[in-house]
Design a protein around this ligand. Structure first.
Ligand code: ADP
Ligand code: MG
Length: 238
């Protein structure tokens, strides 16, 4: 399991400061949701946890270890994004194996991990198909499978369901929640959807203009909002 500490992280693009000394402590095994309107800095914060973006200042720690200068590959993270860029010419099995092959994981281990992830996500019948032969929901499941095979203890999700229709989104939400319970690892999940945040999170970080306005349980965020913005954004009762 990995606890994540974000310590006064600052990120600017020219004159625009996107993350304003953001600090956040995510406990091991937590399902933390970063919730906020478009443009508030959610993806930038997630990218900084993954090491995909350089910081102006601040630190990222995993289980107390400073990983700020680690490359993304050295951080052992599973990542799932909104656009599930599967390789169109590869089968599902090849898509799921590819990253492990690049990392020179032994072949038997790759087979075992793909089998494990496929079973967990119930995609075994799809392993020999090409992405073009899959529905949107199935593709998103493969994208999750591709992250799972890394056997990471931290998974990052950036709006993974926003390309799906409403019915599928609700189904996948339940699956992701179950997955978190089965794996017992840390999830950090970005969304602008209040309902998604409320149903998934153990704790919600409500972001606004590069600042975390509140980090608390869904119940607390809803019933005891820390600011007018939080109350307004999550639709708290007046
Ligand atoms: P969110 O994921 O909450 O929608 P982002 O983290 O993607 O927000 O973006 C936060 C702000 O940073 C936005 O105003 C966006 O336009 C700006 N931004 C993001 N990436 C870049 C970039 N590469 N260059 C310049 N501005 C960027
Ligand atoms: Mg984003």
């Amino acid at each position: 399991m990995a606890g994540v500490t974000i310590d006064k992280v600052r990120r600017s693009y020219g004159a625009l400061t996107v993350l304003k000394d953001v600090s956040l402590d995510v406990q091991p095994g937590e399902f933390a949701v970063l919730l906020g309107p478009s443009g508030c800095g959610k993806s930038t914060l997630l990218a900084s946890i993954a090491g995909l973006d350089d910081l102006q200042s601040g630190r990222i720690l995993f289980d107390g270890e400073d990983v700020t200068d680690y490359e993304p590959a050295e951080r052992n993270i599973g990542m799932v994004f909104q656009s599930y860029a599967l390789y169109p010419n590869m089968t599902v099995r090849q898509n799921m194996s590819f990253g492990l092959e690049v990392a020179k994981t032994p072949k038997a281990e790759i087979v075992e991990r793909v089998q494990w992830a496929a079973q967990l996500l119930q995609i075994e019948p799809l392993l020999d198909r090409k992405p073009s032969q899959l529905s949107g929901g199935q593709r998103q499941r493969i994208a999750i499978g591709r992250a799972l095979v890394r056997k990471a203890d931290l998974f990052l999700f950036d709006e993974p369901l926003s390309n799906l229709d409403a019915k599928l989104r609700t189904e996948m939400r339940v699956e992701i929640k179950n997955l978190h319970q089965k794996l017992g690892v840390t999830f950090i999940y970005v969304t602008h959807d209040q309902v998604e945040a409320m149903t998934l999170a153990t704790r919600i970080a409500v972001m606004h203009g590069g600042v975390i306005e509140q980090y608390a349980s869904p119940d607390e965020v809803y019933n005891r909002p820390a600011s007018l913005f939080v109350a307004d954004f999550v639709g708290s009762p007046p």
